[in-house]
Design a protein around this ligand. Structure first.
Ligand code: ACM
Length: 759
């Protein structure tokens, strides 16, 4: 008897546990809520569910829910004012929270309740939508739950550069929609640049007549020698369109911050109004290539009048934004140094150097912005020469500027390149779309903490949040922007919303995977996550087995013969075993196909049978990479003398070198590279003429004597630490090109040396 009862209880417990577990699996919210409590039981949600909305705010939220339901599932729910005894979905006002956005979502046998202040109610709705299936079903069983949530930071931003490449209004709205889905609340709209002015200013029509157009852009990867692509780029937003976008964002609790770049990145404005530059008779033009330029605004009264007029019209369009962003980054000072006016100004205003001129410029603009009741944001260069008294600093060159600003009691928005530059690559450049370089995978974004350890708790209060930036030099279309933004935006949403101590990448990946079908439905061209388990392997065994974990709903096709996989290749079902000869290198290439049939880029893993090369002690000069130019005795000779004995430590920089046209020459690139972790590494040499590479004395590429442009790569397992590198590049005559890249295989190669040699 007892035994039977015991069994029944045990079965009940097992059933309860497994039901509760199944329910947990259903709730996959990004960003992760502060607290989710699961209760037993579930509630049916279907087309007959009634929405109860008593207040105006609640009715707004109800209308939004119905819009989403219509768009995603093709039905709307009935909205009533008065509450029935049981059931239904109730929107209920809660006190406004600080930071704004706290909400509660309660699902129990009495119905669904979404409680929040105005923004909170909207976020509760967003969470609720993520609980619904991505495909229409007759009814959804929602687990009984109590979600209680609020944001960690009050500034959760995404930036978009619409100047390098213009992005249409419809896309800007889609971007805003997607931001709001993941509880971002600031959209930083980068509207002016060297390559285009994109905001209509009625007082200065030439800004858009002239400044919004360029005849073409630089073709392919950046180089100092311009090659045009022949494709005109133009476009700007009328003031009406801007008002429309701002209102659209406001309805989604997103504040739009305009950026008007000054005093640098001003070529497009100066092409339209050259009188505001420092140089008379100078050909200002809308730039067709990327980088940093000498063309800057001149700090004359006329320029300030112009900029104040522009800012005044801008403020009127972005009335809800407490901030105006003025750029302030990457200002080359040459034109100021050469300007008699600026030199006179320095004396008059007692400015020590050109950094102080920049500070004078920015402070004067801040005074104007503050006088209009707005706050100014600038990139961290505005710290140089003295920070404007009330400025908020966007720390992009790492976190140092942000730390300094927070210590001096200025608000800071963290957007360091290493974690927040979503224009950086996400994988092997051999397969990824052309991008600006770098390597910022999803997991690294996820690992970001906007509050630097260097700050005390008191100082940390000045870190008001963070933001990712999407610069569009290499992103010509909305689809290209989406590929860089997603899913990294989801990782950042969790960085900015959820508490630091509750973050867990594996748990995030599971919730991310559950979100992807919705992004498919919304036609978002996100970069599909790599299959789990795909990684480089160095082994001394002849056999090695690789087990992949495809995300649910995806299929993985693969090859092991080096060919590019597609849907006709083998489909991954069971672990793959590789057999390798001594020193053999094999490549596992995969392509992921998602539930709607879209194919990923190619994701690869390299399997090497061999020994990891041990680290070496750097000898001779300071560790680092040096190069010297030399003149071969003939085009392909090896034993030569350096030109002028020139040796430079160049680290990760680009170079451009002008060579005496009568000379033939070559380059030796020699030194030590610091390898961060044990692993499989790749060296890639892209050059016009012959090249050779050796690592720790092992010849890995030997192509002396060839003279066709080619990309050659070598794969080598290396131990963490220093390794000796020697690259020789011999050249006959004419302009030439050399690019050396290095990195962990499959993880984005970094350029360690590169540029043009120009006759
Ligand atoms: C920047 O990336 N120049 C702010």
């Amino acid at each position: 008897m007892m035994n039977k009862l015991f069994k029944a209880v045990l079965i009940a417990i097992v059933m309860f546990v497994s039901v509760a577990f199944a329910q947990n699996e259903k709730i996959n919210i990004v960003p992760k809520p502060q607290s989710i409590e699961y209760r037993s039981g579930s509630l049916s949600f279907n087309e007959t569910t009634i929405i109860i909305a008593e207040t105006f705010r609640a009715q707004e939220a109800a209308a939004k829910l119905n819009n989403y339901l219509q768009a995603l599932y093709g039905f709307k729910l009935k909205v009533v004012k008065n509450r029935p005894r049981r059931g239904g979905l109730l929107f209920e006002a809660m006190e406004e929270s600080s930071p704004a956005g706290a909400y509660e979502l309660r699902i129990d046998s009495t119905g669904i309740r979404i409680l929040g202040g105005s923004q909170g109610m909207f976020y509760g709705l967003q969470t609720f939508l993520q609980m619904l299936p991505s495909d229409k079903q007759r009814a959804v069983e929602l687990p009984h739950t109590l979600i209680s949530d609020k944001p960690r930071f009050r500034y959760r931003g995404m930036h978009l550069d619409v100047a390098r490449h213009f992005m249409p209004v419809e896309f800007v709205k889609k971007y805003i929609d997607l931001m709001s889905q993941y509880k971002f609340n600031y959209f930083h709209w980068h509207l002016t640049e060297d390559q285009g002015w994109r905001i209509e200013i009625k007082k200065y029509p030439r800004l858009t007549e002239i400044g919004s157009k360029r005849s073409e852009s630089h073709l392919g990867p950046y180089s100092t020698v311009f090659k045009g692509d022949g494709v005109p780029v133009e476009g700007f937003y009328t003031q009406e369109q801007i008002k429309d976008v701002v209102a659209y964002a406001k309805a989604r609790y997103i504040t739009v911050i305009p950026e008007i770049e000054l005093p640098g990145h001003a070529s497009a404005a100066l092409a339209a109004y050259p009188q505001f530059g420092c140089k008379a008779d100078y050909k200002y033009e809308v730039k067709k290539t990327w980088g940093i330029f000498k063309e800057v605004f001149c700090p004359t009264d006329a320029t300030f009048k112009f900029l104040e007029d522009v800012i005044e019209e801008t403020i009127a369009l972005f009335a809800d934004s407490p901030y105006i962003h003025i750029g302030g980054d990457e200002v080359l000072k040459d034109h100021w140094t050469e300007s008699p006016f600026v030199q006179e100004l320095k004396k008059r205003e007692n400015l020590k150097d050109e950094h102080e001129v920049q500070s004078y410029f920015v402070r004067r603009i801040e005074k104007f912005i503050n006088s209009k009741g707005k706050k100014m944001i600038g990139w961290d260069e505005i710290l140089e020469g003295g920070l404007a008294p009330n400025a908020t600093v966007m720390s992009w060159r790492g976190t140092r500027g942000g730390i300094e600003a927070a210590k001096s009691k200025h608000d800071v928005i963290m957007t360091p390149t290493d974690f927040c530059y979503f224009d950086y690559g996400q994988g092997d450049p051999a397969y990824e779309p052309l991008n600006i370089g770098g390597y910022l995978p999803l997991e690294k974004v996820y690992s970001f903490d906007p509050v630097p350890k260097e700050l005390t708790a008191e100082e940390a209060k000045y870190i008001i949040g963070g933001q990712a930036n999407i610069w569009t030099e290499y992103l010509e279309t909305p689809a290209a922007v989406e590929y860089m933004a997603f899913p990294r935006m989801l990782a950042l949403s969790e960085v900015l919303w959820s508490r630091q101590e509750m973050r867990n990448f594996a748990d995030f990946q599971k919730r991310l995977n559950a979100n992807l079908p919705r992004l498919d439905k919304q036609n978002v061209n996100y970069r599909m996550p790599e299959p789990g388990g795909l990684q480089n392997i160095v082994t001394e065994n002849e056999g090695v087995t690789v087990e992949l974990i495809p995300a649910s709903g995806t299929r993985v096709f693969y090859t092991i013969d080096g060919s590019t996989p597609d849907v006709r290749s083998s489909i991954y079902k069971t672990p793959i075993t590789f057999w390798l000869q001594k020193d053999e290198v094999k490549t596992l290439k995969t392509v992921v196909v998602n539930s709607v049939g879209r194919k990923s880029s190619i994701y690869t893993a390299t399997i090497v049978r061999g020994k990891v090369l041990p680290a070496v002690e750097p000898t001779g000069k300071t560790p680092g990479v040096n190069y010297s130019l030399y003149v071969p005795s003939n085009a392909y000779a090896q034993d030569t003398e350096p030109i002028k004995g020139e040796t430079k430590s160049i680290g990760l920089q680009q170079f451009a070198q002008r060579i005496d046209p009568k000379q033939t020459f070559g380059v030796t690139f020699e030194g030590f590279l610091n390898v961060p972790v044990d692993g499989v590494y790749e060296f890639q040499i892209d050059s016009t003429w012959n090249r050779s590479l050796s690592i720790d004395g092992q010849e890995l590429i030997d192509e002396a004597g060839t003279k066709d442009r080619a990309v050659k790569s070598a794969i080598v397992p290396l131990k963490a630490g220093w390794h000796k590198i020697l690259i020789r590049y011999d050249h006959g005559d004419g302009d030439t090109f050399l690019r050396v890249r290095f990195g962990q295989k499959g993880q984005g190669l970094r350029e360690i040396y590169g540029g043009e040699l120009v006759h």
